[in-house]
Design a protein around this ligand. Sequence first.
Ligand SMILES: N[C@@H](CCC(=O)N[C@@H](CS)C(=O)NCC(=O)O)C(=O)O
Length: 207
Amino acid sequence: MPSYKFTYFPFRGLGEPVRLLFHLADCPFKDERFSFEEWGAVKSKSPMGQLPILGVDGLEIPQSAAILRYLALKFGFAGKTPEDRAWVDAVVDRFKDFFVEFKKFLVAKRGGKSEEEVAKVVSESVVPAMESYFKLLNGLLERSKSGFLIGNSITYADLVVVNNLETLRNFGFLNASEQPKLTALLEKVYSQPGIKEYVSSRTASDF
Ligand SMILES: N[C@@H](CCC(=O)N[C@@H](CS)C(=O)NCC(=O)O)C(=O)O
């Protein structure tokens, strides 16, 4: 088995789905978490100037979605058919579209903007983007026989979506009574062997 090292910051962000995938697959890896200072010292030598980065026997692979797709194909969580794999990629790409809008909220909130400015970002960017994104996810779950987003078993699309749903829940954008299907997906993914133990022991982070 290759030696895996996964490097990201000490929060969930774009890195946590990869950590969840390693735990789901029960595959050992070095979970390296850089402070911003540690990252600053090595950023210029990194492949694309950003984290996360996956090390595989010394080879560095950047970009969260590329890392997830690479590992999920190896571990069997990328979708069982070519069509399912295409839809898994499509859902992750759709998440990225949503995240462009949602990130505006995180930047405003963490950048010390006033309550009014944050509220403007929420009403102009987050709420409209969330409506269409949630509509897609609910539609997939309505048609799903497995309770997962695509096909008959868990895929890395579920991990990406659920990690972000937790962030949305932490900031008050998701509640169980309004979004029962999305909440059920979150609970189903978090109850998977490997993930369940990891989630119950990890350090909580808002995002
Ligand atoms: N498209 C990239 C985005 C990566 C990204 O935005 N990384 C941020 C943290 S979430 C980062 O490295 N920030 C520090 C920096 O740019 O120096 C991916 O999905 O991996």
